[in-house]
Design a protein around this ligand. Sequence first.
Ligand SMILES: Cc1ncc(COP(=O)(O)O)c(C=O)c1O
Length: 273
Amino acid sequence: MSASVELLPFNRPHFSARAQDYIRESMSSGKTSGDGPFTHRCHELLQEQLGVGKVLLTTSCTHALEMSALLLDIEPGDEIIVPSFTFVSTVNAFVLRGAVPVFCDARPDTLNMDETLLEGLVTERTRAIVPVHYAGVGCEMESICATAASHGIPIVEDNAHGLYGTYDGAPLGTFGAMATQSFHETKNFSCGEGGALLLNDPALFERAEIIREKGTNRSRFFRGQVDKYTWVDVGSSYLLSDMLAALLCAQFEEHEEIQARREAIWSLSLIHI
Ligand SMILES: Cc1ncc(COP(=O)(O)O)c(C=O)c1O
């Protein structure tokens, strides 16, 4: 007879009583499609907590990255600078539009993009720099922002892992023109599958709403700014269900206790990487 071995779970999502109440509320309201009341609460909470101009919940971080490539009008032959150590979505979102990835080697200490190599990778075809705050550890944003600004190149921060993390006192996700978040089950804040696009450049706000709403101006229609909505641009179906936003809403409200609990568990472990 073999002894049964209990494996430690790789991750355990935090679904509190409040999250369960919110899910029930969403179900009984019947309003479970995108951009419902919980989505709006999530947008307002993150905008306030992080100090970003606009937040849009999306179906995943992969999709938020795809939206950023559409917003930047990436075309075949454009180059984007990405870290050589990341998840596939960071690169695929741009390769899907025909971009050529230019890989920046990693720093040995953080494994993030080595900012000292960046200048040498910029060419006249560079259309974006995409730093990834791997495992929530901030990239060297002062130097990355300076290089990007000196060439007029937009930054898209892939902050899939780093919600509420900081660099030099400022929240990750607030340095680039745009940033993306993941709420996949494996992340500290999760709703199974989900993401967000954070927009720091007001010039991108309106088109981002349109791209997220299948290329229509439906958001303007809901605000009473047009009397009917119509097809105005390219886009796809990037709205998160409001039922999943209900889960996120509870977690954003409880983020301090969720992080304190994770830190307490981390402090107990013998190996710290
Ligand atoms: C760095 C990074 N970017 C993007 C993603 C994609 O996230 P999602 O699963 O929400 O699409 C991941 C997923 O783990 C990731 O690690």
